[in-house]
Design a protein around this ligand. Structure first.
Ligand SMILES: [Zn+2]
Length: 156
């Protein structure tokens, strides 16, 4: 991508091309690590969410055999990128059979609150405690972005 003269001056002096960013750019790049990360999310949201889901699965020690090819089609079929985070009750990826984890054919789109309720109901069943029908789960915790882990897995 062509740089504007101002951007060129910034990059030549070793800084990230983003206006007002005072960080150094990475080797052979025009962005600092933060802006490279943001840029990747913008340019290739499906690959970004694939990597994000993968590193989250790894952190939670859940199986992950999902292929990028399947995930790509799944995102399109379910309008996932559009629905994710857009509304208050945003959509998340749910693993149908928990023991299979993130696998082709085992993921479904589910709202954050439904997902939380599903996990809670399951836990109560495991504990052999009855779940009231009118149970409302507590609000979900905000997503913890594991930036460091994601960056390690970027395909460049
Ligand atoms: Zn920057």
């Amino acid at each position: 991508m062509a740089l504007t003269p101002q951007e060129q001056i910034k990059v030549d002096s070793g800084l990230c091309k983003i206006r007002y960013c005072r960080k150094s750019h990475l080797k052979k790049q025009v962005f600092c690590s933060k802006h490279k990360h943001e840029r990747f999310k913008e340019v290739n949201p499906i690959a970004y969410h694939y990597n994000f889901t993968k590193s989250n699965a790894k952190r939670r020690k859940r199986p992950f055999t999902l292929t990028m090819e399947y995930f790509k089609q799944w995102c399109i079929d379910n309008n996932y990128i559009e629905l994710k985070g857009r509304y208050k009750d945003s959509m998340t990826i749910d693993c149908d059979k928990e023991e299979l984890g993130y696998a082709d054919g085992n993921i479904q789109i589910m709202s954050n609150s439904s997902n939380l309720k599903k996990r809670w109901v399951k836990w109560r069943q495991q504990q052999d405690i009855e779940v009231p029908d009118d149970y409302v789960p507590p609000p979900p915790e905000p997503e913890q972005h594991q930036k460091q882990e994601i960056e390690e897995e970027l395909p460049f």
